[in-house]
Design a protein around this ligand. Structure first.
Ligand SMILES: N[C@H](CCC[C@H](N)C(=O)O)C(=O)O
Length: 280
C-alpha cells in the first residue's frame, strides 16, 4: 500500500486537495485521481493541486493542476490562492509575494494583510488558435462573438484564453440559466479541440456581475477564478464593464481588475479545511 499526505482547501467552495511533492514521493494514475475526486468513493474535490520544485531560477515553486476527471490543465485561479496560503502557512516560504511556474507560464501570488490573495493571472489571449477554437469560416475566424451551433440553438459566445480556454455567454438571470445542459454541450463542442470551460454571466452594472461556470473536466463548480477573469475580460472588450469588477459566484465574491494590454489581477480568499492521508 502507498500513502500520500494531503490538505483539503477551497476558494469560495471550489475545492481542492493540495499534495506537497517536495517532502514525499508522488506517483499516481488518472484513474486514482478520478477515484479520489469522487464525493462518495474518495475525498471529493474539483481539482488536485501539486507542489513541485521549479527548474526556473526566477520561480519559488512549480504548480500543477489536475481536474476531477484526471486531466492536467494549465490554470486554476482559486487553486492559486489556496497554493499561496498553503506554502506560506506550512512553512515552505516566508515570502508574501511568490512566483510560481505553471503549465502556461509564470504567475505571481501576493498575500495581502487581510489574508486575501491577489493573483497576477497573466495576459488574456483571444485569437482562435490561442483558445484553441476551430472557426467555421473566415468570418468566424475574425469575429469577436462566435455564433456556436448547439443542437437546434445558436449561442453567441466570447472566447478568452486565461491559460486555459473559456467560452462566455451573457444571460438574463444566472439563477435560471441552463448551466448543466448548455455547459455539457459546449464543453465538448467539436470546435473546441481541447474542450472548454463555459461561463454564464449576468451584468448587474458596469462594475458588478453574477457568474456561474460549468468547468471543463469537472462540471458546475461553486466558483471559478479563471472563469471570473475570462467573463470580466469579455465584458470589458464588449464595452459593458469597467476595469475593476465585483464578480458574484455561487460560493462568494471575487474582485477582478484588467486593462487592455495588461495582466488580469484576481483577488479573493482561500481556506484550509483539514489534512489527511490517502492510502491506495
Ligand atoms: N477552478 C479553476 C479553473 C479550473 C479550470 C479547469 N476546469 C480547466 O479545465 O481549465 C479556477 O478557479 O480558475
Amino acid at each position: 500500500m502507498t500513502t500520500l499526505n494531503f490538505t483539503k482547501m477551497h476558494g469560495l467552495g471550489n475545492d481542492f486537495i493540495v499534495i506537497n511533492a517536495l517532502n514525499q514521493p508522488v506517483t499516481w494514475t488518472a484513474d486514482n485521481i478520478k477515484t479520489w475526486s469522487d464525493r462518495h468513493t474518495g475525498i471529493g474535490f474539483d481539482q488536485l493541486l501539486l507542489i513541485e520544485a521549479s527548474d526556473n531560477e526566477r520561480c519559488d515553486f512549480k504548480y500543477r493542476i489536475f481536474n476531477a476527471d484526471g486531466g492536467e490543465v494549465e490554470q486554476c485561479g482559486n487553486g492559486a490562492r489556496c497554493f499561496a496560503k498553503y506554502v506560506t502557512e506550512h512553512g515552505l516560504t516566508d515570502k508574501t509575494s511568490v512566483m510560481v511556474e505553471t503549465m502556461r507560464g509564470i504567475i505571481v501570488l501576493n498575500i495581502l494583510d487581510d489574508g486575501r490573495i491577489t493573483v497576477d493571472m497573466g495576459k488574456p489571449h483571444f485569437a482562435p488558435e490561442e483558445i484553441p477554437f476551430v472557426p467555421k469560416n473566415k468570418a468566424d475566424q475574425e469575429a469577436k462573438v462566435h455564433m456556436l451551433v448547439v443542437g437546434m440553438e445558436t449561442i453567441p459566445v466570447s472566447l478568452v484564453n486565461m491559460g486555459n480556454p473559456h467560452a462566455v455567454m451573457l444571460v438574463e438571470d444566472v439563477k435560471t440559466a441552463p448551466v448543466k445542459i448548455l455547459g455539457e454541450a459546449i464543453e465538448k463542442h467539436p470546435q473546441f479541440p481541447q474542450r472548454v470551460n463555459v461561463g454564464f454571466g449576468q451584468v448587474l452594472s458596469p462594475s458588478e456581475i453574477n457568474l456561474r461556470v460549468f468547468e471543463r473536466g469537472v462540471g458546475e463548480t461553486q466558483a471559478c477564478g479563471a472563469g471570473a477573469c475570462a467573463a470580466v475580460v469579455a465584458g470589458i472588450r464588449h464595452g459593458l464593464l469597467t476595469d475593476t469588477v465585483l464578480v458574484h459566484l455561487p460560493g462568494g465574491d471575487l474582485t477582478i481588475h484588467w486593462k487592455e494590454g495588461e495582466s488580469v489581477l484576481m483577488t479573493g480568499p482561500a481556506a484550509e479545511v483539514y489534512s489527511g492521508t490517502l492510502t491506495y
